[in-house]
Design a binder for this molecule. Sequence first.
Ligand code: FE2
Length: 382
Amino acid sequence: MDVSKIHGFNFPCPIRFGAGASKELTDYLKANKLSRPLLVTDGTVAELSFFKEIKNDLQQKGFSVEVFSEMHKNPIKSDVLKGGDAFHETGRDCIIGIGGGVALDVARAIVLRVNHKRDLFDYDDLIGGDKYVTEDVPHFVTIPTTAGTGSEVGRSAIISEDESKKKRILFSPKLMARMVFADPLLTMELPPFITAATGMDALTHNMEAYLAKNFHPMCDGIALEGIALIANSLETATHRPDVESRAKMLLASLMGAVAFQKGLGVVHSLAHPLSSLLDTHHGLANAVNLPYGMQFNYEGFEARFDKMADAFGLSKNNGNRVVDHLFEMNDRLGLPTKLSAIGVEAKHIEELSELAEADFCHPNNPKPVTRADFKNLYEKAL
Ligand SMILES: [Fe+2]
């Protein structure tokens, strides 16, 4: 792959991919007659040098720039409402989300909020809220700075209720970015832990999507290629990052997000409660649970595991090696392989299992998962 060249492709939305792609932003905005962007990012990225460069470059070329970065680590409704107010009060004409999953989710929710004035959670997808997404939305551009969630190519945003912290999903095809600038140079400085944990999130997306029970052969193909890209780049990106390994991870993460339109599964349902209850990093929660969840899924899906083994570069028809391979991967990445290493205690398991059963991901798992199964899996992983 020649990463130094910038490539364009259009799936599921226009993507400019390659080292330096984010430098095309100003020309792109000009070509679309946009001059007053709201940059949405989180407080950490707002202080990084590449963010300041993007902002300065825009200002030097005559753009009026506002930055919105007031958001919680698990973003809540009032963050989105403030962002929507900032858009109107400062007379913006487009929204540029720059950052990891949280910043891009908040940016996407603000895109919805600008012209949709019902209560934000009336638009919750799980209660059919996308039928109210009827108005125009502002021009939306995404620039990912991590390789994990793939939110840059998504069409949904997870935002929590202010008080209860219950997660709600805002969804509409209208919330897809009109352009993505995927520039691996922006991910070069990610520390090893974040690289490894977000990378395992991307791997979980590809593996769970590949196994998910819905019929979607296109997603299956994308997921297998995503697994292959991660198999030969995540360790390098974590321990000896170079542009090529960063580029492959960035691609694999956006491919995972495309693939998981098909659905996710048991691993994400095990992981979500850890974040709500114990504030565990989402990628880390997936990394630890992934081998256990895959062990649960193996029987009955041996042929699919054989194909994943192939993608991992294990020898042919070696699906039964996949679970061990995942444990070894966590080890080599310096990630834990037990829940007890990330603060989970036996007393948490009852509540975790209850939350996992209520989670929205496992209904797409290839085999049904009961509360007792969740309890068993958490106990095994403890
Ligand atoms: Fe995820």
